[in-house]
Design a protein around this ligand. Structure first.
Ligand SMILES: Nc1nc2c(ncn2[C@@H]2O[C@H](COP(=O)(O)OP(=O)(O)OP(=O)(O)O)[C@@H](O)[C@H]2O)c(=O)[nH]1
Ligand SMILES: [Mg+2]
Length: 511
């Protein structure tokens, strides 16, 4: 397994930097030899805000040939282009706007327009040789690091056989981009492994105070719902969740230390140097993750590292599952566990230790061992869907508790008039569609309430279906309009209109 790491947005970029860092000797940030990253991963950073790319020194512009590089997807669109103008004029969305108003539904709406509006698609195809040039541009850059490029260009076996997207759940860019881009890739490559590492925004204020917690909660809930509800083959193959709140409690409000720790915890997953016969390709990993499921699983990482010693299995498993959870959960509720170790670890012993401390049957635990460092042993356990307890949401430290609270906060935000979700000044069809998306009979407000009930009842999954903004509501909207028009016109009106049209046609023909 060799992953292509794609960080999106601020948090995604900071974390991607950890993964892509050169382990070779480097002077002034430039490698003297080949760029060698841990686990041989490759990748890039997708960002929307030019300013952010100028505030850092690690990534250079992909377009100028730098590695590791950043790429600004919407730069492919010219603000004077017909495509851009059509979208502004018809829908009121400016795809060139930076920061995307820090709203998850902004990018959701924009990419739905590219999927559904025939005129926009035609204009884009004419101007950019692609119906969806923003996602096309991003995917073209990513594909270059994957085995899919190797197929075309014959460029060797060190290419990546899967992608790990890294985003925060709570901003605008990463939160809004992750669903459209993964879906876009999937449409072209239904079986290519695609995983997501999502860092859920912390409670209260974040140190950068980009947006208040309720707004971040709404963005995170929308994005998570859209990730969790796409059927396997259309959506991603696993959502690895990390809770920034747990990280802040452990390490303080220090993103740099948190990012170092998250990267360290994920190293057993991305590391190379496998034990013989224990090196599955990403495709095998993907199949394990989604086996028996029709929707992508949540994977909760549990990590522990300790000084090398004899018979480490017991302590590694116990501490990872208790103190080492990166997201709250009840390990006993997980239906599978995928165990990655680094160091000298016995396979049978580690499986039985994880089974003992998690209460997951041994036959549902899959171990993969890798060689480690001289002085330490490490373990990363990915617990699949470790939730589903009736009233589990009332127990602090469970996944249900955290997500129930998140969704409740999202709902409160939706009801706050100051949230201004249906923005004044937008064209009427957009306002109607957004209003319907949030507050309609089948809108997300209702669906989130239903999800809360399901969580309370211990059901899983709790989000059942993705709700689109334009793809469905435009149809409903047309239907409603026709219905309304029919109701407003009475029979006499119709007779008058027809008579007038007939007289006009007769007059034109000289009668
Ligand atoms: N662990 C960690 N979390 C971060 C970091 N930067 C931001 N966050 C969290 O992610 C949330 C969203 O911030 P960003 O990732 O910068 O947002 P974005 O994806 O760039 O989206 P925009 O709102 O468009 O800038 C913040 O509220 C924090 O909770 C980081 O470096 N590390
Ligand atoms: Mg940002």
């Amino acid at each position: 397994m060799r992953l292509c790491i794609v960080g999106i947005g601020g948090c995604g970029g900071h974390l991607a930097e950890r993964f892509l860092k050169n382990q070779d000797v480097a002077i002034l940030n430039r490698s003297l030899g080949e760029h060698v990253s841990f686990g041989g991963v490759k990748g890039l950073w997708l960002e929307a805000d030019v300013q952010e790319t100028q505030n850092q020194r690690f990534f250079g512009s992909v377009d100028r040939g730098y590695y590791p590089g950043f790429f600004i997807p919407h730069d492919v669109i010219d603000s004077e282009s017909k495509t851009s103008k059509l979208i502004v004029d018809t829908y009121g969305y400016d795809v060139k706007k930076q920061g995307f108003m820090r709203q998850a539904e902004f990018l959701k709406a924009v990419f739905e327009i590219f999927r559904t509006d025939e005129e926009v698609k035609r204009a884009a195809l004419h101007e950019y040789d692609s119906e969806n040039p923003i996602l096309r541009g991003a995917w073209d850059k990513i594909r270059g690091y994957t085995t899919l490029a190797a197929l075309q260009e014959n460029s060797g076996s060190d290419m990546c056989d899967g992608i790990l997207f890294i985003v925060s759940l709570g901003g605008g860019t990463g939160t809004g981009f992750v669903n459209p881009i993964t879906r876009y890739i999937r449409e072209e490559r239904p079986a290519y492994p695609v995983f997501v590492l999502g860092v859920l925004t912390e409670e209260g204020t974040d140190p950068q105070q980009r947006a208040k917690e309720p707004k971040r909660a709404l963005g995170a809930t929308i994005s998570l719902c859209d990730l969790m509800t796409k059927p396997v083959g259309i959506g991603v193959d696993g959502i690895i969740l990390v809770d920034n709140q747990i990280m802040v409690d452990k390490l303080g409000q220090d993103y740099s230390a948190i990012d170092d720790f998250i990267h360290q915890a994920m190293r057993p997953f991305v590391a190379g140097r496998h034990y013989p016969g224990e090196d599955p390709p990403s495709l095998a990993m993907r199949e394990k993750f989604v086996e028996g499921l029709d929707r992508p699983p949540i994977l909760v990482p549990c990590y522990w590292r300790e000084k090398r010693r004899k018979r480490p299995e017991e302590e590694l498993a116990k501490l990872a599952l208790t103190e080492g959870r990166l997201f709250g959960c009840d390990p006993g509720k997980a239906d599978r566990a995928y165990v990655f170790t680094r160091g000298f670890v016995d396979q049978k012993e580690i499986v039985s230790a994880v089974a003992r401390y998690s209460e997951i049957p041994a036959e549902r635990i899959e171990p993969w061992r890798k060689l480690g460092e001289n002085h330490a042993n490490e373990i990363l356990i990915l617990l699949r869907n470790p939730y589903g307890q009736e009233r589990g949401c009332e127990v602090k430290g469970t996944l249900e508790h955290r997500l129930h609270k998140l969704i409740r906060m999202a709902l409160l935000y939706m009801d706050d008039p100051e949230a201004n979700l249906v923005m004044e000044g937008m064209p009427r069809p957009t306002k109607e569609a957004i209003k319907d998306y949030f507050y309609g009979d089948d809108g997300i407000r209702k669906r989130f309430e239903e999800a809360l009930l399901k969580i309370e009842e211990g059901k899983r999954p709790f989000f059942l279906e993705e709700r689109n903004i334009f793809e469905r509501s435009s149809r409903e909207f047309d239907h409603q309009q026709i219905h309304q028009t029919c109701q407003e016109i009475d029979e006499d009106d119709v007779r008058r209109i027809v008579q007038a049209e007939v007289s006009k046609a007769l007059a034109e023909r000289g009668y």
